[in-house]
Design a protein around this ligand. Structure first.
Ligand SMILES: Cc1cc2nc3c(=O)[nH]c(=O)nc-3n(C[C@H](O)[C@H](O)[C@H](O)COP(=O)(O)OP(=O)(O)OC[C@H]3O[C@@H](n4cnc5c(N)ncnc54)[C@H](O)[C@@H]3O)c2cc1C
Length: 294
Protein backbone atom coordinates (compact mmCIF):
# COMPACT_ATOMS: atom_id res chain seq x y z
CA UNK A 1 0.00 0.00 0.00
CA UNK A 2 1.35 3.45 -0.90
CA UNK A 3 1.29 5.70 2.14
CA UNK A 4 1.49 9.49 2.31
CA UNK A 5 4.49 11.23 3.77
CA UNK A 6 4.55 11.78 7.52
CA UNK A 7 4.58 15.38 8.73
CA UNK A 8 7.91 17.19 8.79
CA UNK A 9 9.37 20.70 8.83
CA UNK A 10 11.13 21.63 5.61
CA UNK A 11 14.37 23.66 5.51
CA UNK A 12 16.18 24.85 2.41
CA UNK A 13 19.96 25.10 2.87
CA UNK A 14 21.57 27.53 0.42
CA UNK A 15 25.16 26.85 1.50
CA UNK A 16 27.24 24.08 3.04
CA UNK A 17 27.49 26.14 6.24
CA UNK A 18 23.71 26.52 6.45
CA UNK A 19 23.26 22.77 6.03
CA UNK A 20 25.91 22.13 8.66
CA UNK A 21 24.24 24.56 11.10
CA UNK A 22 20.79 23.02 10.56
CA UNK A 23 22.17 19.52 11.08
CA UNK A 24 23.93 20.63 14.26
CA UNK A 25 20.69 22.22 15.50
CA UNK A 26 18.34 19.31 14.83
CA UNK A 27 20.74 16.36 15.27
CA UNK A 28 19.13 12.91 14.93
CA UNK A 29 15.72 14.46 14.27
CA UNK A 30 16.87 15.73 10.85
CA UNK A 31 17.65 14.06 7.52
CA UNK A 32 19.22 15.58 4.44
CA UNK A 33 17.20 15.54 1.26
CA UNK A 34 19.14 15.30 -2.01
CA UNK A 35 17.33 13.61 -4.94
CA UNK A 36 14.80 12.10 -2.53
CA UNK A 37 14.55 8.88 -4.58
CA UNK A 38 15.35 6.76 -1.58
CA UNK A 39 14.52 8.90 1.43
CA UNK A 40 10.95 9.79 0.46
CA UNK A 41 10.08 6.12 -0.12
CA UNK A 42 11.60 5.14 3.20
CA UNK A 43 9.54 7.90 4.84
CA UNK A 44 6.33 6.81 3.12
CA UNK A 45 6.85 3.34 4.56
CA UNK A 46 7.64 4.88 7.99
CA UNK A 47 11.05 3.21 8.06
CA UNK A 48 12.32 6.72 8.87
CA UNK A 49 10.22 9.54 10.30
CA UNK A 50 12.52 12.57 10.50
CA UNK A 51 10.98 15.66 12.09
CA UNK A 52 13.08 17.94 9.86
CA UNK A 53 14.08 17.61 6.20
CA UNK A 54 17.03 19.74 5.09
CA UNK A 55 17.06 20.16 1.34
CA UNK A 56 20.64 20.48 0.08
CA UNK A 57 19.83 20.35 -3.63
CA UNK A 58 20.18 24.10 -4.05
CA UNK A 59 23.70 24.41 -2.65
CA UNK A 60 25.75 25.89 -5.44
CA UNK A 61 28.80 24.04 -6.68
CA UNK A 62 27.98 20.69 -5.10
CA UNK A 63 26.92 19.12 -8.39
CA UNK A 64 30.06 20.12 -10.25
CA UNK A 65 32.15 17.47 -12.04
CA UNK A 66 35.71 18.55 -12.83
CA UNK A 67 39.10 17.18 -13.83
CA UNK A 68 42.03 18.34 -11.70
CA UNK A 69 45.15 19.67 -13.46
CA UNK A 70 46.93 16.33 -12.88
CA UNK A 71 44.02 14.35 -14.41
CA UNK A 72 42.17 13.30 -11.26
CA UNK A 73 38.40 13.55 -11.05
CA UNK A 74 36.20 15.44 -8.60
CA UNK A 75 32.49 14.79 -8.41
CA UNK A 76 30.23 16.97 -6.25
CA UNK A 77 28.00 14.95 -3.93
CA UNK A 78 24.89 16.39 -5.61
CA UNK A 79 25.85 15.29 -9.12
CA UNK A 80 23.07 13.03 -10.39
CA UNK A 81 23.61 9.67 -12.05
CA UNK A 82 22.62 11.31 -15.31
CA UNK A 83 25.16 14.16 -14.90
CA UNK A 84 27.86 11.56 -14.27
CA UNK A 85 26.82 9.28 -17.12
CA UNK A 86 27.04 12.25 -19.49
CA UNK A 87 30.24 13.89 -18.21
CA UNK A 88 32.55 11.09 -17.12
CA UNK A 89 34.50 8.65 -19.30
CA UNK A 90 38.00 7.60 -20.34
CA UNK A 91 39.97 6.04 -17.49
CA UNK A 92 36.96 6.62 -15.24
CA UNK A 93 34.63 4.63 -17.50
CA UNK A 94 33.54 2.28 -14.69
CA UNK A 95 31.97 5.21 -12.80
CA UNK A 96 30.09 6.26 -15.90
CA UNK A 97 28.98 2.64 -16.55
CA UNK A 98 27.59 2.47 -13.01
CA UNK A 99 25.75 5.78 -13.45
CA UNK A 100 24.12 4.53 -16.66
CA UNK A 101 22.94 1.33 -14.96
CA UNK A 102 21.41 2.91 -11.85
CA UNK A 103 17.63 2.40 -11.70
CA UNK A 104 15.39 3.97 -14.32
CA UNK A 105 15.77 7.16 -16.34
CA UNK A 106 13.61 9.02 -13.80
CA UNK A 107 15.78 7.79 -10.93
CA UNK A 108 18.99 8.69 -12.80
CA UNK A 109 17.64 12.22 -13.37
CA UNK A 110 17.19 12.78 -9.64
CA UNK A 111 19.35 10.35 -7.67
CA UNK A 112 22.70 11.75 -6.56
CA UNK A 113 26.04 10.06 -5.98
CA UNK A 114 26.10 11.44 -2.42
CA UNK A 115 22.70 9.91 -1.59
CA UNK A 116 23.76 6.65 -3.20
CA UNK A 117 26.91 6.35 -1.08
CA UNK A 118 25.39 7.71 2.15
CA UNK A 119 22.73 4.99 2.05
CA UNK A 120 25.57 2.46 2.44
CA UNK A 121 23.58 -0.22 0.68
CA UNK A 122 25.62 -3.36 -0.13
CA UNK A 123 24.37 -2.92 -3.71
CA UNK A 124 25.13 0.84 -4.01
CA UNK A 125 25.90 1.28 -7.67
CA UNK A 126 28.80 3.71 -7.32
CA UNK A 127 30.67 1.80 -4.60
CA UNK A 128 32.51 -0.88 -6.64
CA UNK A 129 33.97 1.51 -9.24
CA UNK A 130 35.11 3.95 -6.55
CA UNK A 131 36.76 1.08 -4.64
CA UNK A 132 38.76 0.01 -7.70
CA UNK A 133 39.82 3.63 -8.27
CA UNK A 134 40.97 4.32 -4.69
CA UNK A 135 38.55 7.22 -4.32
CA UNK A 136 38.16 9.34 -1.20
CA UNK A 137 35.00 10.93 0.13
CA UNK A 138 35.03 14.45 1.50
CA UNK A 139 32.58 15.16 4.30
CA UNK A 140 31.91 18.19 6.46
CA UNK A 141 30.49 18.41 9.93
CA UNK A 142 30.68 20.28 13.19
CA UNK A 143 34.43 19.85 13.50
CA UNK A 144 35.26 20.84 9.93
CA UNK A 145 36.17 18.77 6.91
CA UNK A 146 37.55 15.23 6.80
CA UNK A 147 38.48 12.92 3.96
CA UNK A 148 37.54 9.25 4.23
CA UNK A 149 39.04 6.62 1.88
CA UNK A 150 36.11 4.83 0.27
CA UNK A 151 37.64 1.55 1.48
CA UNK A 152 36.86 2.72 5.06
CA UNK A 153 33.46 4.25 4.38
CA UNK A 154 31.09 1.25 4.34
CA UNK A 155 30.80 -0.33 7.79
CA UNK A 156 27.67 -2.54 7.58
CA UNK A 157 24.42 -2.63 5.60
CA UNK A 158 22.95 0.88 5.94
CA UNK A 159 25.85 2.06 8.12
CA UNK A 160 28.66 4.32 6.91
CA UNK A 161 31.57 6.09 8.57
CA UNK A 162 29.60 9.36 8.53
CA UNK A 163 28.95 10.66 12.02
CA UNK A 164 25.86 12.55 13.18
CA UNK A 165 26.02 16.05 11.73
CA UNK A 166 28.37 15.09 8.89
CA UNK A 167 27.50 14.96 5.22
CA UNK A 168 29.26 14.26 1.93
CA UNK A 169 30.30 17.15 -0.28
CA UNK A 170 32.67 15.66 -2.83
CA UNK A 171 34.13 12.45 -4.25
CA UNK A 172 37.81 12.61 -5.18
CA UNK A 173 39.30 10.10 -7.59
CA UNK A 174 43.08 10.18 -8.06
CA UNK A 175 44.57 10.03 -11.52
CA UNK A 176 44.70 6.36 -12.62
CA UNK A 177 47.97 4.79 -13.82
CA UNK A 178 48.94 5.15 -17.47
CA UNK A 179 47.04 2.62 -19.57
CA UNK A 180 44.42 1.95 -16.89
CA UNK A 181 41.04 0.74 -18.17
CA UNK A 182 37.95 -0.07 -16.22
CA UNK A 183 34.40 -1.29 -16.50
CA UNK A 184 31.39 -2.02 -14.35
CA UNK A 185 28.99 -4.93 -14.80
CA UNK A 186 25.67 -5.46 -13.09
CA UNK A 187 23.30 -8.40 -12.93
CA UNK A 188 19.74 -7.69 -11.84
CA UNK A 189 16.38 -9.38 -12.42
CA UNK A 190 15.06 -6.45 -14.46
CA UNK A 191 17.18 -3.61 -15.83
CA UNK A 192 15.72 -1.08 -13.37
CA UNK A 193 16.26 -3.25 -10.28
CA UNK A 194 19.09 -2.95 -7.79
CA UNK A 195 21.95 -5.37 -8.40
CA UNK A 196 21.85 -9.06 -7.47
CA UNK A 197 25.59 -8.93 -8.14
CA UNK A 198 27.78 -6.09 -9.40
CA UNK A 199 31.46 -6.00 -10.28
CA UNK A 200 33.88 -3.23 -11.16
CA UNK A 201 37.24 -4.13 -12.64
CA UNK A 202 40.24 -1.92 -13.35
CA UNK A 203 43.34 -3.20 -15.14
CA UNK A 204 46.72 -1.91 -16.24
CA UNK A 205 48.18 -4.08 -19.01
CA UNK A 206 51.73 -3.33 -20.11
CA UNK A 207 52.62 -5.28 -23.26
CA UNK A 208 51.79 -8.84 -22.26
CA UNK A 209 52.04 -8.29 -18.52
CA UNK A 210 49.10 -7.68 -16.25
CA UNK A 211 50.73 -4.95 -14.15
CA UNK A 212 47.72 -4.24 -11.97
CA UNK A 213 44.18 -5.40 -11.48
CA UNK A 214 41.48 -4.38 -9.03
CA UNK A 215 38.22 -6.22 -8.62
CA UNK A 216 35.40 -4.88 -6.42
CA UNK A 217 32.08 -6.61 -5.84
CA UNK A 218 28.69 -5.32 -4.75
CA UNK A 219 25.52 -6.96 -3.32
CA UNK A 220 27.35 -10.14 -2.26
CA UNK A 221 28.56 -9.23 1.23
CA UNK A 222 27.44 -6.89 4.04
CA UNK A 223 29.43 -4.11 2.35
CA UNK A 224 30.92 -3.63 -1.12
CA UNK A 225 34.52 -4.92 -1.04
CA UNK A 226 37.75 -5.51 -3.01
CA UNK A 227 38.41 -9.16 -3.90
CA UNK A 228 42.06 -8.94 -2.93
CA UNK A 229 42.90 -12.64 -3.25
CA UNK A 230 41.41 -12.80 -6.73
CA UNK A 231 43.45 -9.76 -7.77
CA UNK A 232 46.65 -11.43 -6.55
CA UNK A 233 46.08 -14.34 -8.96
CA UNK A 234 46.54 -11.98 -11.91
CA UNK A 235 48.80 -9.17 -10.72
CA UNK A 236 52.22 -9.30 -12.40
CA UNK A 237 51.35 -12.34 -14.52
CA UNK A 238 52.31 -12.67 -18.20
CA UNK A 239 49.31 -13.02 -20.49
CA UNK A 240 49.64 -15.48 -23.38
CA UNK A 241 46.31 -14.83 -25.20
CA UNK A 242 45.68 -18.58 -24.80
CA UNK A 243 45.06 -21.45 -22.40
CA UNK A 244 47.13 -20.12 -19.48
CA UNK A 245 45.43 -16.74 -19.64
CA UNK A 246 41.99 -18.40 -19.65
CA UNK A 247 43.00 -20.51 -16.64
CA UNK A 248 44.21 -17.44 -14.75
CA UNK A 249 40.97 -15.61 -15.48
CA UNK A 250 38.90 -18.57 -14.40
CA UNK A 251 40.92 -18.97 -11.20
CA UNK A 252 40.60 -15.27 -10.34
CA UNK A 253 36.82 -15.39 -10.93
CA UNK A 254 36.47 -18.54 -8.80
CA UNK A 255 38.43 -17.02 -5.93
CA UNK A 256 36.42 -13.79 -6.14
CA UNK A 257 33.26 -15.85 -5.63
CA UNK A 258 34.90 -17.53 -2.59
CA UNK A 259 35.76 -14.15 -1.09
CA UNK A 260 32.10 -13.11 -1.21
CA UNK A 261 29.60 -13.93 1.52
CA UNK A 262 26.27 -13.67 -0.30
CA UNK A 263 22.94 -14.41 1.36
CA UNK A 264 19.65 -15.92 0.18
CA UNK A 265 17.08 -13.15 -0.15
CA UNK A 266 14.06 -12.13 -2.21
CA UNK A 267 16.24 -11.37 -5.21
CA UNK A 268 18.40 -14.48 -5.37
CA UNK A 269 19.89 -17.55 -3.71
CA UNK A 270 23.45 -17.24 -2.40
CA UNK A 271 24.61 -20.09 -4.65
CA UNK A 272 23.21 -18.34 -7.73
CA UNK A 273 24.99 -15.17 -6.70
CA UNK A 274 28.30 -17.05 -6.50
CA UNK A 275 27.77 -18.38 -10.04
CA UNK A 276 26.98 -14.88 -11.27
CA UNK A 277 30.16 -13.49 -9.68
CA UNK A 278 32.21 -16.02 -11.64
CA UNK A 279 30.45 -15.08 -14.86
CA UNK A 280 30.73 -11.30 -14.37
CA UNK A 281 34.38 -11.33 -13.30
CA UNK A 282 35.32 -13.61 -16.19
CA UNK A 283 33.39 -11.49 -18.67
CA UNK A 284 34.94 -8.26 -17.37
CA UNK A 285 38.51 -9.54 -17.37
CA UNK A 286 38.17 -11.05 -20.85
CA UNK A 287 36.86 -7.77 -22.20
CA UNK A 288 39.56 -5.61 -20.60
CA UNK A 289 42.36 -7.97 -21.70
CA UNK A 290 40.97 -8.06 -25.25
CA UNK A 291 40.59 -4.24 -25.32
CA UNK A 292 44.23 -3.84 -24.25
CA UNK A 293 45.30 -5.67 -27.43
CA UNK A 294 42.99 -3.80 -29.79
C1 LIG B 1 12.81 2.53 -8.54
C2 LIG B 1 14.14 2.69 -7.88
C3 LIG B 1 15.24 2.08 -8.43
C4 LIG B 1 16.49 2.21 -7.83
N1 LIG B 1 17.54 1.58 -8.42
C5 LIG B 1 18.76 1.67 -7.85
C6 LIG B 1 19.86 0.99 -8.47
O1 LIG B 1 19.74 0.33 -9.51
N2 LIG B 1 21.07 1.11 -7.85
C7 LIG B 1 21.26 1.84 -6.70
O2 LIG B 1 22.38 1.89 -6.20
N3 LIG B 1 20.22 2.48 -6.12
C8 LIG B 1 18.98 2.42 -6.66
N4 LIG B 1 17.94 3.08 -6.07
C9 LIG B 1 18.15 3.81 -4.79
C10 LIG B 1 18.38 5.33 -4.95
O3 LIG B 1 17.58 5.84 -5.95
C11 LIG B 1 19.85 5.69 -5.28
O4 LIG B 1 20.71 5.12 -4.32
C12 LIG B 1 20.09 7.21 -5.36
O5 LIG B 1 21.37 7.47 -5.88
C13 LIG B 1 19.94 7.89 -4.01
O6 LIG B 1 20.27 9.26 -4.16
P1 LIG B 1 19.28 10.45 -3.73
O7 LIG B 1 19.98 11.72 -4.07
O8 LIG B 1 17.93 10.27 -4.33
O9 LIG B 1 19.23 10.20 -2.17
P2 LIG B 1 18.12 10.69 -1.12
O10 LIG B 1 16.91 9.82 -1.24
O11 LIG B 1 17.92 12.15 -1.19
O12 LIG B 1 18.90 10.35 0.24
C14 LIG B 1 19.22 9.02 0.58
C15 LIG B 1 19.87 9.04 1.98
O13 LIG B 1 21.16 9.65 1.92
C16 LIG B 1 21.20 10.82 2.75
N5 LIG B 1 21.97 11.80 1.98
C17 LIG B 1 21.67 12.33 0.77
N6 LIG B 1 22.67 13.11 0.34
C18 LIG B 1 23.64 13.07 1.29
C19 LIG B 1 24.92 13.66 1.42
N7 LIG B 1 25.43 14.46 0.47
N8 LIG B 1 25.64 13.37 2.53
C20 LIG B 1 25.16 12.57 3.49
N9 LIG B 1 23.94 11.99 3.43
C21 LIG B 1 23.19 12.23 2.34
C22 LIG B 1 19.75 11.21 3.00
O14 LIG B 1 19.59 11.90 4.22
C23 LIG B 1 19.09 9.84 3.02
O15 LIG B 1 19.26 9.24 4.28
C24 LIG B 1 16.66 2.97 -6.64
C25 LIG B 1 15.53 3.60 -6.09
C26 LIG B 1 14.30 3.48 -6.68
C27 LIG B 1 13.12 4.16 -6.07
Amino acid sequence: MLLGLPEFDYHDAATVDEARALLARFGDKARLLAGGTDLLIVMKHRRAVPRHLINIKHIEGLSRITLTPDGGLRIGALATARDIDEAVGGQFQSISDAAGKLGTEQIRNLGTIGGNLANASPSAEFAPPLLTLDASLVCVGDSGERVIPVSEFFLAPGKSALQTGEFLTEIRVPVPADGARGLYLKHSLRKMDVAMVSAAIQTVIDGDICRDVRIALGAVAPTPFRAIRAEAVLRGQPLDHGTRERQLIHEAARIASEEASPIDDLRSYASTRRDIIIRLVRQGLEKLFADSRA
